[in-house]
Design a protein around this ligand. Structure first.
Ligand SMILES: [Zn+2]
Ligand SMILES: [Zn+2]
Length: 773
């Protein structure tokens, strides 16, 4: 027998090895093995078992690593799809599906010595008073770690060993599972009554789950034990399996998730829940743990995210692999959790950009979730108050089914959103204003009533675009309709999609305006905090952004203080826009909505709409109605106006027209090729070379005389990438637009095979990029 093996070192190739007879019974797809490679031995994963190989003189597998194969055939298949679609080497895709803490050869469970009571004996040996006391303690616990017993009794190990000598107790090493949530006290919760919309959404999800074959039923012998691996089935496009749950903020999406998971468990299958890393707070995890901590559906909930220690991650992962935890909750990479059989995948806040991995493999966890759902016949629920254009477009085309929750639970009202025109404020105040008169008054009122305020500033847009604070003029590319990037030093405006370049004006080009303030440089959260402290010296103000959050616990601590009312005003970046509940927050202020609106990205409008809606959703979560102030120099912009009216559909309809015109996603698909290096000339020439090669490759007729099927491909650039910050690297990019991404991915991979670039220039391929700014 022969095993085909993917090696953990980057080679973009698989190798055949002979399986020694003594290992034959234990080697299967997914088994990790040590194999000889040149003079060394390296780790790899078996991807196929074959009768014979076309190669001769095969070397043999040295040994098997670990007792259990870690990659299930299903996840292995998913990794191969990722390598193919996202243009990366299979070994890189394979690495990303297993946490480091699990993949490393030395990763193992932690063991401790446990003391356990022996079965009762007829004759009790004679014991000293001291020994009797210790025995009583053990009797109370039945079993406990030796270390703990020593602390409880103050005894020495020698004394306890004497009890072992008398065969009253046993002392043996045992796996001591690390539980990152051991300190949290979790109280079981019951299902809540659903309103009509929630009930309808749940019914449809349940019906889709029922259409699929049952897995391992609760109470059956295999329940909570390692399920046998299913044969990997062919992925089949499966209409009706993917839902988009569009629910306004506060509409009770989580309760729908919880009851859908309960139904999945009843069907004998498990679930994966993806949430953005930033939302993975103890409160979120607790809600899921609490619901399944008791009752007939009782199961462990394993948590996977980057803030766990390596040991904790190892143990949490194995709880899933062994089938003891049937629910996995985590950030992006939890989509690879070895839940088997898998019945349901939930992607909460599906519009979040953090689901996209920024380094290779550059996969999008939401899209991988949909593919995994199809491969394993699992139902997929994408949830959001502000769905991505992509997902909503897919409901329009019948690929996903739309479920809507239009009212807040308990009939709370949506907050009132007031848009403040900062252009007129600019004429009243000297310089460029930070706080409008209206927002200042609103904050004063809240301070008087001891209610809380959140102020929000998206600093990412800081000084990258050219905006006139007097009239709201924004410099845009005539070809691509994205904001031009302002290069202050060269006094130039640049489009980073097509390369269009123009001198930066020194006064506003609007004939009626001609203001010189057009080159002002924006502001950051720090400036807002300082100004705020001067305006409201009596207020307790805390700033929360990546600069102030230094320690692991800072985020939790600040939010805890805010919850307890120790902070009057919280100032922060997008990290405070996420699904946090603060009943006493009745005012939310967005300082400059323009900052995200004019990022040099065709998704700037969409992101701003999402941010405004999410941030506004933080207000009025308690009994008091909430109020939101949006300050903007371009208050007429549709993203702001539709967000003000909580009108997602209205926003979608006008935005899709713009995307249609320029074939931006979701209408077309894009791939971004970025070249990076220290020598600008070399990088630019390499980018031009890539463009030429790509054109040559696409012009080649393929076998049978047919073309590549990429006739509609549009290549823009090369153009210098935006935010070439203080980095010492120069970056140039090419944007490719196509209606057929799978074909394009393969064409790019094929082109890379023969592409020759200088050693110090690197090429990164990003399929379906989410962040262009
Ligand atoms: Zn102007
Ligand atoms: Zn352009």
């Amino acid at each position: 027998m022969v095993a085909r093996v993917t090696l953990e070192i980057a080679l973009r190739k698989e190798f055949d090895y002979a399986i020694p007879p003594e290992l034959a019974a234990r080697i299967d797809v997914g088994t990790r093995v040590k194999v000889p490679f040149g003079p060394r031995q390296v780790n790899g994963v078996v991807t196929e078992v074959l009768e014979e190989s076309t190669h001769t003189n095969l070397r043999s597998i040295v040994r098997i690593i670990g007792a259990q194969s870690l990659v299930t055939p299903q996840v292995l298949k998913l990794a191969r799809w990722i390598a193919d679609y996202y243009c990366c080497a299979p070994e890189i895709a394979l690495k990303s599906v297993l946490p480091d803490a699990v993949r490393k050869e030395d990763a193992r469970f932690k063991e401790r010595l446990f003391v356990r009571l022996s079965p009762v004996r007829a004759e009790m040996p004679k014991l000293t008073k001291r020994q009797q006391d210790i025995l009583h303690v053990i009797e109370e616990w039945r079993e406990l770690p030796l270390q703990r017993l020593l602390i409880l009794t103050g005894a020495t190990p020698a004394t306890i060993r004497k009890l072992e000598d008398k065969a009253l107790i046993s002392i043996a090493p045992e796996v001591d599972e690390r539980d990152p949530y051991a300190k949290e006290e979790i109280l079981p919760t019951q299902s809540m009554t659903l309103n009509a919309e929630q009930a309808l959404a749940l019914e449809k999800i349940k019906a889709a789950i029922n259409q699929r074959a049952p897995g391992i039923l609760p109470g059956s012998p295999n329940w909570k034990q390692t399920p046998t691996l299913l044969d990997s089935k062919e992925a089949r496009p499966d209409a009706g399996g993917t839902f988009l749950l569009h629910g306004v903020t506060g509409s009770g999406k989580t309760e729908v998730y919880l009851q859908a998971i309960a139904h999945t468990l009843e069907q004998g299958k498990g679930a994966i829940v993806l949430v953005p890393e930033i939302s993975l707070t103890p409160q979120t995890v607790e809600r899921f743990k609490a619901r399944f901590s008791s009752g007939p559906l009782r199961t462990l909930v394993a948590v996977l995210h980057s803030h766990l220690s390596a040991g904790e991650r190892h143990d949490e992962w194995h709880k899933i692999r062994q089938g003891r935890a049937r629910i996995a909750i985590g950030a992006r990479s939890a989509i690879f959790a070895p839940v088997d059989p898998l019945g349901l995948i939930i992607v909460d806040e599906e519009h979040e950009h953090s689901y996209k991995q920024e380094e290779s493999p550059r996969y999008h966890a939401r899209d991988v979730a949909v593919v995994r759902g199809q491969m394993e016949r699992a139902v997929v629920v994408l949830g959001s108050a502000t769905p991505s254009m992509e997902s909503f477009y897919n409901t329009k085309r019948g690929k996903y089914e739309l479920l809507e929750l239009t009212v807040r639970v308990d009939d709370q009202k949506m907050p009132v959103v007031r848009v403040v025109d900062m252009r007129s404020e600019g004429r009243k105040q000297k310089g460029v204003p930070i706080f409008s008169t209206q927002l200042k008054e609103a904050i004063t009122q809240r301070l008087e009533k001891s209610e809380q305020t959140i102020l929000f500033l998206n600093r990412r847009g800081y000084s990258t675009s050219l905006l006139c604070p007097q009239c709201g003029y924004v410099a845009e590319c005539p070809n691509c309709s994205v904001s031009l990037t302002f290069h202050r030093r060269a006094a130039k405006l640049l489009c980073h999609i097509c390369g269009h370049s123009a001198p930066a004006p020194s006064v506003c080009p609007e004939p009626k305006c001609r203001s010189a303030a057009i080159r002002y440089s924006g502001l950051g959260t720090e400036k807002v905090e300082d100004t705020l402290a001067k305006l409201f010296p009596q207020a307790r103000i805390t700033r929360m952004d990546s600069d102030t959050l230094k320690k692991k616990d800072d985020y939790r601590r600040i939010l805890g203080d805010f919850r307890l009312g120790k902070i009057d005003i919280l100032v922060g970046t997008q990290m405070i826009a996420k699904g946090l509940h603060f009943p006493n927050v009745t005012l939310v202020g967005i300082i400059y909505a323009d900052l995200s609106l004019h990022l040099p990205d065709f998704r700037a409008g969409e992101r701003t709409f999402q941010l405004l809606t999410q941030v506004a959703g933080r207000a009025g979560r308690g009994d008091v109605e909430g109020e939101v102030f949006v300050q903007a120099f371009t208050p007429f912009h549709p993203a702001i106006q539709y967000a003000r009216r909580h009108d997602f559909i209205g926003f979608y309809d006008q935005e899709i027209e713009f995307r249609e015109q320029l074939k931006y996603p979701p209408v077309g698909r894009i791939a971004l090729l970025t070249l990076r290096g220290r020598n600008e000339d070399k990088v630019r020439l390499s980018a031009e070379h890539v463009r030429t090669e790509l054109e040559k490759f696409l012009a080649q007729p393929r076998q049978g005389g047919k073309g590549t099927g990429l006739g509609d491909l549009v290549i823009a650039g090369p153009a210098p990438a935006p935010l070439a910050r203080a980095e010492t690297f120069y970056r140039y990019q090419l944007m490719l637009r196509t209606p057929a991404m799978t074909k394009l991915s393969r064409a790019i991979a094929a082109m890379q095979e023969t592409l020759a670039l200088p050693d110090d220039v690197m090429l990164a391929v990003d399929i379906d990029p989410v962040d262009l700014a």
